[in-house]
Structure formats: C-alpha cells, structure tokens
Design a protein around this ligand. Structure first.
Ligand code: HEM
Length: 129
C-alpha cells in the first residue's frame, strides 16, 4: 500500500498522543476479557498498556519514549517467551480493529496504521497453529 502525508508523520495524522491513549485504553480491556489472548497476559494490564502506549508512539513516528526507557524494541525477541500462533495473531488484530472502531478512527491514516500493525503481528508469530 502506498501512502504519503506531505510533512506529517502517521503519528500526527492519527491525532498523536490522545488517539494512542484512547486506543490502548480500548484495546487492553478486550485483551483481558478474551479467551484466546488473556491466558498469556498478567491479570493487571496497566503496565503492559503503558508499554504499548510508549511503543506505538515511537513506532508511528512520535517521540522515542519506548527506547528511551527500555532500549531497542526487539519486539519479536520480547515476544519469544510466549507462544504466538497464527490464531493468536489474528485475534490480536481483530481486537485492535474493534478498538479502532470503538474510538472512531477512520480514513487512510487508520488503514495505514492497521496495515503496519498487521505486518508486526505476522512477524511476532513464533509457533505454528
Ligand atoms: C500477534 C499477537 C500478539 C500477541 C499474542 C502478543 C502478546 C504479548 C504478550 C503476552 C506480552 C507480554 C506480557 C507480559 O509481559 O507479561 C506482550 C508484550 C508486548 N507487546 Fe505484544 N503480542 C502480540 C502482538 C503485538 C504487536 C503487533 C505489537 C506492536 C504493535 C505488540 C507490542 C507489545 C509491546 C510493546 C509489549 C511490551 C514489551 C515489553 O516492553 O516488555 N504486540 N505481547
């Protein structure tokens, strides 16, 4: 998919900090209630949600607040302790899509962000179905 904003990063195009905060707040309660994903996560998702907020900020072209604290993202390596199957990746993306709908994200910026997240989710898979 080709996509360009003149001077703007995708971070700015989606509405920056406010949107990412809302998205993460919509996403993790879904993860916590999901029979496929919740077994992988701790009961208290506050810390993970904060890390995700920091990661997405950086990933989308905002300030590098994840690396400033945690170093190189190495997302695949950080996910290796968990069995990420194709089914779990699909479920992660489904919940992310629902969260984007809930907070009213739409248009090209949303589509582009979702496309990039789909690539990352595919890359996280470390176990066959
Ligand atoms: C494909 C399906 C995915 C599954 C099943 C999954 C699952 C997990 C789990 C179990 C953790 C660790 C929870 C803990 O520390 O106890 C985690 C951490 C994390 N995940 Fe995912 N994840 C997936 C995809 C993604 C994607 C696509 C992204 C980014 C766009 C992402 C970003 C993160 C971040 C930033 C953390 C925190 C890493 C850290 O600093 O420790 N994950 N994920």
């Amino acid at each position: 998919m080709t996509f360009s904003f003149s001077q703007e990063s995708i971070y700015e195009a989606i509405g920056g900090e406010k949107t990412i905060r809302k998205l993460v707040n919509a996403f993790y309660p879904r993860v916590g209630a999901d029979p496929i994903l919740s077994p992988l996560f701790p009961e208290d998702l506050t810390f993970i949600a904060e890390k995700q907020f920091m990661f997405l900020t950086q990933f989308l072209g905002g300030p590098t607040i994840y690396s400033d604290v945690y170093g190189h993202p190495m997302m695949r390596a950080r996910h290796m302790p968990f069995e990420i199957t194709p089914e779990r990746a699909r479920q992660w993306l489904k919940l992310m899509k629902e969260s984007m709908d809930e907070i009213g994200m739409e248009g090209h910026a949303r589509d582009y962000m979702f496309e990039r997240l789909t690539q990352v989710a595919q890359h996280m898979i470390n176990k066959p179905e």
